[in-house]
Design a protein around this ligand. Structure first.
Ligand SMILES: NC(=O)c1ccc[n+]([C@@H]2O[C@H](COP(=O)([O-])OP(=O)(O)OC[C@H]3O[C@@H](n4cnc5c(N)ncnc54)[C@H](OP(=O)(O)O)[C@@H]3O)[C@@H](O)[C@H]2O)c1
Length: 305
């Protein structure tokens, strides 16, 4: 039997590179759609080029594809949120999905599934005791609106008869990059502190669990719709900070970084670190998903050696 083909947009990124390896090891043929023409390419995968801004795409990337995983998008926390950057964050995700759908129409091809990332920013940069489920409406702030529009662009695949899954993802913990790597650098030098009042929630997920979820989305036809991809343990910023400090065997904790300092350094992006909603993975658990890393302690034991 021929190997099933998975196309991953943003397959060169933090999640995409680990997911590509997992899928390849499971016997899938992995295609990566990337902006780079001359990147360091791994022999195991097939690379294709696209440019979302100019609407260029190598149509061969989508030919006979069985599954599409759409991860591509400009880094949300990479740069200050100027008006131009905000537009880029949104457009890179939404216009990418639109280009994929138009190309499928042109090819008259319907893959078995379209699987897309989204973020728990959907619920807003707010501090509240509410535990948000997938039924909650989007928050009317920058990330809430980005996630809403991004998800709407993904759900257009469903309207075209392509089963669609969306993983509304929390902070991804990995030793290879992302939030944990950035935080680790500060903790190693004893500069790690809780942010603001430290009471904001930081829904997180270990990258291994997230990659297993993408695999589940491919392999379980009934896994469709929107799922919160967060671990079952609700962790505040203060608890998160203490757990990392302990893991690095640093006994000394500086006072919290005041909100005002973060607002000056990060601008409006500070709302993302100073606030955080509590998010429920109950729908995933009801589906039967078993987290390998259900507590932060277990996740950090694996990620910080
Ligand atoms: N990591 C997290 O904590 C987290 C949490 C929630 C949601 N997510 C979402 O999950 C997705 C993958 O996350 P990640 O952490 O793997 O991201 P990442 O490491 O930043 O990788 C994203 C990939 O998207 C492509 N990309 C970057 N800028 C782009 C642009 N302007 N236009 C088109 N493509 C662009 C890049 O691939 P090429 O250079 O090859 O084109 C890059 O490798 C993202 O959409 C992210 O928002 C991540």
């Amino acid at each position: 039997m021929e190997n099933k083909i998975v196309l991953i947009t943003g397959g060169t990124g933090l999640i995409g590179s680990q997911l590509s390896k997992l899928l390849f090891d499971k016997g899938y043929q992995v295609r990566i759609l990337s902006r780079a023409k001359n990147s360091v390419q791994k022999k195991a995968y097939h690379y294709y080029h696209w440019n979302i801004e100019t609407k260029e795409i190598d149509i061969a990337a989508l030919k006979s594809v069985h599954y599409i995983i759409h991860l591509a998008g400009a880094g949300i926390a990479d740069k200050r949120w100027t008006a131009a950057r905000k537009k880029h964050i949104l457009d890179s995700r939404v216009n990418g999905a639109t280009l994929l759908l138009e190309t499928l129409k042109q090819l008259n091809h319907r893959p078995l599934k379209f699987i897309a990332a989204s973020g728990i920013g959907f619920y807003g940069a707010i501090n509240s005791p509410t535990i948000f489920t997938e039924k909650a409406p989007p928050q009317n702030d920058f990330l809430g609106n980005v996630c809403k529009t991004w998800e709407q662009s993904s759900l257009k695949f469903e309207k075209r008869g392509i089963p669609t899954s969306i993983l509304r993802t929390g902070i991804v913990l990995s030793k290879n990059g992302g939030a944990l790597k950035k935080l680790s650098q500060t903790f190693l030098f004893n500069f790690g502190t809780a942010l603001g009042d430290g009471r904001q929630y930081m829904p997180w997920i270990h990258i291994d669990d997230l990659c297993q979820l993408y695999l589940l989305a491919i392999e379980a036809p009934e896994f469709i719709g929107i799922y919160n991809a967060v671990s079952p343990e609700h962790t505040t910023n203060s608890e998160f900070t203490k757990a990392i400090t302990k893991r690095y065997k640093r006994s000394f904790l500086l006072p919290n970084t005041p909100s005002l300092v973060l607002k000056i350094v990060l601008g409006t992006m500070s709302e993302m670190v100073l606030n955080g909603a509590r998010v429920s993975p109950e729908k995933l658990i009801q589906f039967g998903f078993k987290f390998q890393y259900s507590t932060l302690k277990k996740a950090l034991e694996d990620l910080i050696k």
